[in-house]
Structures are given as structure tokens and as C-alpha cells.
Design a protein around this ligand. Structure first.
Ligand SMILES: C[S@@+](CC[C@H](N)C(=O)[O-])C[C@H]1O[C@@H](n2cnc3c(N)ncnc32)[C@H](O)[C@@H]1O
Length: 259
């Protein structure tokens, strides 16, 4: 089953509308992502304000706006023009300055060694060739640069949670069909090896998973499907957290060698 990246090209706001599935990324995942980002910056003694960051596969800009609010110069790239349109309009309304560019992770519209930080969240499981995207990421990062990623692991549990429960079973499916394909998921070992081959040394990988037990998750899904919860509220209640368990989703960082 191919990944359906066509949905990101649909007209209309798929991102900031709290009733849209993709909004779940903002309330469900962004808080844990930003906590992790802050932890890594502090560990590396890196002050984000004033740095140049590229958000690869930025969608509607929900994370890009958070990065801009931290004082970073943000370049945000996505191949879906409709998503970029939504992102630009929202940034204008919010008074946030972001340089949105049309482009894919395989061909980033940036000079070599031109950014301090690259962020790529929930994107690697949507691309056809992770190796090429990582090579491009390494190309645009300055020596001593930071790469922060999150993606979905390829395990029996991720097949159950993401594909069966999330997309297939009638009583539980809450994501658009074909949003994910299990064979596109990337294991931490595959990512470590592929990143290492292009000079991105993975320093850490930790789990990024729902913070509620499966029965609670099931009840929340049922309430979502009955219309009793928005996707925004659903995301907030799932309370994604950092964890040792990497069997479903994981987040991590890599660095390029100093010159
Ligand atoms: C699940 S969304 C994640 C959006 C955003 N990173 C976030 O978490 O809010 C996946 C995004 O990846 C983009 N995408 C798909 N293929 C891509 C590629 N080859 N290079 C860069 N982005 C891609 C899609 O257009 C979509 O906006």
C-alpha cells in the first residue's frame, strides 16, 4: 500500500483547524518534541535564539512557528504547495516571520553548510528514499550542526497501533487511510546506519509514545469518533511523552563533525 502524500496537497486548512486530524500533531506531539529539543540544546550548550534552522517537511508550519518564537531564523520547506499556502497565511495572521520554500527533502532549496540546525519531524516515514533525504540534510548543515528527527519504528506493535488501529479497523480508525504504510517506517538501527553514512552521527534515540494506557487510548478514540472530542483535545489528552520504549515512535538527534 503506497503512502498517500496527496492529502497534503488538498486545498483548505488541514493543519490549524482543531477538527482536522493533522492538528493532532500540534497538541499531541509538539509539547514533547519541544521539551526534547530544549533538553538537547541544553546538553549541547547551544542557545537556539539567533540560530538558523530548517524545518524539513514543515506542513502547515505548526512546529516552524514554535521555532520562530524561540528567536530562531526559520526556513521551512515542504513539497505540498497547498500546505505552504496555509502555513504562510497563518504566519502572517500570527505576526511570525518564517521563510517558507517549496521543496522536498531530497532536493533542499538551500546552499551547502548554510544552517545551524535541521529539524525533520514526522516526515521520514513519508519519503521514498530516506538515504537521499539524510544526505541532503547533511549537505545543508554547517560543521558542528544539529539534526533533530522523529519518526515511526517498523515493528509488530507499530503495525498494530498505527496501521490496524489508526487506519484500518472500523471502530478505531481515526487517521486518513494510507496516511502511513508500514513498510515505509524506519527502524532506529536503519536510521543510525543511514545517517552515519552521510556524516550525521546519531547521539541518542528515545521513545515518543502516548502517555496514557491502551484502554484510555481506546476510550479517547471512541469519543473522538463520536465527535465528543476535537483532534486538538484528543492530542492534549494522549499526552505524548519521552520514554525508553521505542517500539512505536521515537525522537533523537545527530550532530555533524566540527570542521
Ligand atoms: C505528517 S506531516 C508532518 C508535518 C510537520 N513536520 C509537523 O509535524 O507538523 C508530513 C509532511 O511531510 C511532507 N512530505 C512528504 N514527502 C516529503 C518529502 N519528500 N520531503 C519533504 N517533506 C515531505 C508532507 O507534505 C507533509 O507536510
Amino acid at each position: 500500500m503506497p503512502v498517500d502524500n496527496e492529502m497534503y496537497k488538498l486545498d483548505g486548512d488541514l493543519w490549524w483547524d482543531e477538527r482536522q486530524p493533522l492538528h493532532f500533531l500540534r497538541t499531541g506531539l509538539n509539547p514533547a518534541r519541544l521539551t526534547y529539543f530544549a533538553q538537547v540544546c541544553s546538553r549541547l550548550d547551544l542557545e537556539p535564539a539567533g540560530r538558523t534552522v530548517i524545518d524539513i517537511g514543515c506542513g502547515g508550519g505548526m512546529l516552524a512557528e514554535e521555532l520562530a518564537r524561540m528567536g530562531m531564523t526559520v526556513i521551512a520547506v515542504d513539497p505540498a504547495e497547498a500546505s505552504l499556502r496555509t502555513a504562510r497565511e497563518h504566519a502572517d495572521r500570527s505576526g511570525v516571520r518564517i521563510d517558507y520554500r517549496n521543496g522536498a527533502g531530497e532536493h533542499l532549496p538551500l546552499e551547502d553548510a548554510s544552517v545551524d540546525i535541521a529539524v525533520c519531524v514526522d516526515v521520514l516515514e513519508h519519503v521514498d528514499d530516506v538515504d537521499v533525504v539524510l544526505r541532503e540534510t547533511a549537505r545543508v548543515l554547517r560543521p558542528g550542526g544539529l539534526y533533530v528527527f522523529d519518526t515511526v519504528n517498523r515493528t509488530p506493535l507499530s503495525r498494530l497501533v498505527m496501521i490496524k488501529v489508526g487506519q484500518e479497523w472500523r471502530h478505531t480508525r481515526w487517521l486518513p487511510p494510507n496516511l502511513h504504510a508500514w513498510d515505509h517506517f524506519v527502524t532506529p538501527d536503519e536510521l543510525r546506519l543511514a545517517a552515519g553514512r552521510v556524516g550525521l552521527g546519531v547521539q541518542e534515540i528515545v521513545g515518543l509514545i502516548p502517555g496514557v494506557p491502551p484502554p484510555t487510548m481506546y476510550r479517547l478514540i471512541r469519543r473522538l469518533k463520536k465527535g465528543a472530542l476535537t483532534y486538538a483535545e484528543f492530542g492534549r489528552r494522549l499526552k505524548f511523552k519521552l520514554d525508553d520504549d521505542v517500539r512505536i515512535g521515537y525522537i533523537g538527534y545527530a550532530t555533524t563533525s566540527p570542521s
